[in-house]
Design a protein around this ligand. Structure first.
Ligand code: NAD
Ligand code: LMR
Length: 338
């Protein structure tokens, strides 16, 4: 059946679509890159979210199949598929939240920055679509290198005069998810009871776990700190190597993206006290973008929290992170300005 339509709509049988379960108003969410390794499980997880009333699945390939498949899940969100650039506008119009996992993933031996040449253009095009069709949507940007793609998106929005720093969020949730998992393993506790702030950015040394601020409070040995920092910073590479050429993290990323999107939607709904780490336009350091804890509300990232007290190890990690971040940010900005 034609992409852009959902089965019930085609037969004219669908009556309502903008109500989430229980009659509460729901949100309209688009996934761009929905047929990919992250996009498919993320589409499934968003279809399971009761806060979503309409789910648009856009890709340049295979989105009709993914749409047909996901649309058979008996949850309330209405699913529509969109295929190819000529359907980008329809995919984006009216969306409250746009999640972007479009772009190529790493293979062993590559850095995230090696993806810049292909993914920068993809992100720029998709953000131009957002400018035209849903300039007020919250954007969750997953495509790598996040340290450069978020500045690219910001530049596109600035050029169009639609930039609201609160509504553009680079997704670093996977770093937090990994940090919680690895720290819980060391502590021998359930990961759901662990909260590790991870600040900086989303590549190698720019990923800075603040182990001195872990909840529950715990004093790690120097060996534990080195092991955990190294494992958290290289978690992505661990998966890339294990997949041996078949891509990078997809399932844990879809889980992290769905978790992060849910916090954004709960913020949009007006829930209080929603705090997560994200890579945002920031004044926490001298850099124009930085990942740290943010409070999510109706307007997006409404408050950005300072880093809090750091120990010597974290302070030296912060200097390394800032050095690499500065050039990745600059690379993204000049890609659009040039
Ligand atoms: P994938 O190759 O499996 O899927 C990418 C999808 O994007 C494909 O379906 C492709 O058709 C689609 N696509 C390409 N160009 C497009 C365009 N112009 N418009 C819409 N869709 C387009 O890759 P993946 O494993 O899903 O990874 C996607 C991206 O996410 C990569 O850049 C990867 O590095 C990144 N990633 C980020 C994080 C993070 O923590 N932020 C984690 C994992 C992966
Ligand atoms: C990750 O952290 O898993 C992603 O950024 C993908 C990658 O290339 O490592």
């Amino acid at each position: 059946h034609p992409p852009g339509l959902q089965m019930g709509e085609r037969s004219g049988l669908r009556r309502s679509e903008c109500r989430a379960k229980g009659g509460a108003p729901g949100f309209k969410v688009a996934v761009l890159g929905a047929a990919g390794g992250i996009g498919q499980p993320l589409a499934m997880l968003m279809k399971m979210n009761p806060l979503v009333s309409v789910l648009h699945l856009y890709d340049v390939v295979n989105s009709p199949g993914v749409t047909a498949d996901v649309s058979h899940m008996d949850t309330s969100a209405v699913v529509r598929g969109f295929l190819g650039k000529e359907q980008l506008e329809n995919a984006l119009t009216g969306m409250d939240l746009v999640i972007i996992p479009a772009g190529v993933p790493r293979k062993p031996g590559m850095t995230r920055d090696d993806l810049f040449n292909i993914n920068a253009g993809i992100v720029k095009t998709l953000c131009e679509g957002i400018v035209n069709c849903c300039p007020n949507a919250i954007v969750n940007l997953i495509s790598n290198p996040v340290n450069s793609t978020v500045p690219i998106a910001a530049e596109v929005f600035k050029k169009a005069g639609t930039f609201d720093p609160k509504r553009l969020l680079g997704v670093t949730m996977l770093d937090v998810v990994r940090a919680n998992t690895f720290v819980a393993e060391v502590l021998g506790v359930d990961p759901k009871d662990v909260d590790v702030p991870v600040v900086g950015g989303h590549a190698g040394v720019t990923i800075l776990p603040l182990l001195s601020q872990v909840k529950p409070q715990y004093t790690f040995t120097a060996d534990e700190v080195r092991y955990l920092t190294d494992r958290i910073q290289n978690g992505g590479t661990e998966v890339v190597e294990a997949k041996a050429g078949a891509g990078s993290a997809t399932l844990s990323m879809a889980f992290a993206a769905a978790k992060f999107a849910d916090t954004c939607l709960r913020g949009l709904r007006g829930d209080a006290g929603i705090v997560e780490c994200a890579f945002v336009a920031s004044q926490v350091t001298e850099l124009p973008f930085f990942a740290s804890k943010v409070r999510l509300g109706r307007g997006g990232a409404e408050e950005i929290y300072p880093l809090g007290p750091l120990n010597d190890y974290e302070r030296s990690g912060l200097e390394k992170a800032k050095k690499e971040l500065a050039s990745s940010i600059e690379k993204g900005i000049s890609f659009v300005r040039k």
